[in-house]
Design a protein around this ligand. Structure first.
Ligand code: AKB
Length: 312
């Protein structure tokens, strides 16, 4: 990657990815973009709506972009309350990005998700290639998006790359409207109030990853030799798998008075129950050397340290 355009740069991933890419490729090499007038951090910024196909091509050409990291999307729980908006942004946005890539020869990274699996998928050590019959509109958009990336790679020679992200835990920007959001909010509440009301049941296992690993995964996959990549839809990647009660116990090792209560959100619980307990990320490890650095204890220690310094 040399000159990179990020869509959805104000979101949970984009906020940190912008500064991370600037630190590797240089401040002038990263174009952050989004639908807002401007961003609060230091970066070249374009007000850009991914639903505006012509503007996408114009921005790519004007900045001589060679790689697009396409992050603009609506997440799982929010999508269930407005499926039409989700389809518009997630599907038509990706379609426009892939069409722009076909016209300008840029490479494209777009994240898929554990949401691309469903109740018929094997739940434990979920393989790279398996049954994908999700029942959320978000999951359906992710499967369709994976297939679309495959299609543009095979038919139009577009260099498409992607990963199936698990829940992402971070301390810069909050996630919005996801099923795995509890694993971020819990840290804020643990520090601010000493207690947290969790909207998923105590034994709900889901894959998770700390943001530094997620950012590194994007760069490592985009920099991998194309000849090594057997999968152009999206690679399973994971770093840890835990349930709310396990995360609460880990936090209590640092904050012994931390208390967890439960008030289950039925929409989120149904979504989480249909997602894998743990992914098999063997193909990513073999093809491009994927290896996470943060497990549950390391992530918890780091989150509490950084957020503690920020919030106290
Ligand atoms: C969500 O919960 O919707 C996202 C995801 C796993 O894709 N964090």
């Amino acid at each position: 990657m040399k000159k990179i355009l990020i869509t959805g740069a104000a979101g949970q991933i984009g906020t940190e990815l912008t500064t991370y890419l600037q630190s590797i490729y240089g401040d002038d090499q990263v174009i952050a973009s989004g639908r807002h007038e401007e961003l609060h951090f230091n970066a070249i910024y374009e007000k850009l709506d991914v639903l505006n196909a012509g503007q996408l091509v114009e921005v790519i050409r004007r900045h001589r972009v060679d790689s697009v990291i396409h992050l603009a999307a609506i997440l799982s729980a929010k999508g269930e309350s407005d499926p039409e908006a989700l389809w518009q942004i997630n599907m038509n946005g990706l379609y426009n990005v892939l069409e722009a890539a076909k016209a300008t020869s840029v490479s494209v990274f777009t994240p898929s998700s554990i949401a691309a699996f469903g109740p018929e998928t094997p739940l434990d050590r979920t393989p790279q290639v398996t049954i994908q019959r999700p029942r959320t509109i978000y999951g359906i958009s992710k499967v369709a998006g994976e297939l679309l990336c495959d299609y543009y790679y095979h038919h139009f020679d577009v260099d498409t790359r992607g990963v199936r992200f698990p829940g992402l835990i971070s301390h810069e920007a909050l996630p919005g409207g996801g099923t795995t959001d509890y694993a971020v909010h819990i840290f804020y509440k643990a520090i601010e109030t000493g207690g947290f009301i969790c909207d998923l049941e105590p034994k709900t296992f889901l894959d998770m990853m700390y943001m530094p690993d997620a950012l590194r995964a994007i760069v490592e996959l985009m920099e991998a030799s194309p000849t090594k990549l057997a999968h152009r839809n999206a690679y399973n990647i994971t770093a840890m798998s835990f349930s709310p009660e396990i995360l609460a116990k880990e936090i209590q090792k640092h904050l012994p008075n931390f208390k967890m209560a439960y008030d289950i959100n039925p929409v989120k619980q149904a979504i989480a129950d249909a997602w894998p307990n743990s992914l098999d990320d063997g193909c990513a490890r073999t093809d491009w050397g994927w290896k996470p650095e943060y497990d549950l204890p390391a992530m918890t220690t780091h989150m509490l340290k950084v957020l503690g310094a920020k919030l106290r």
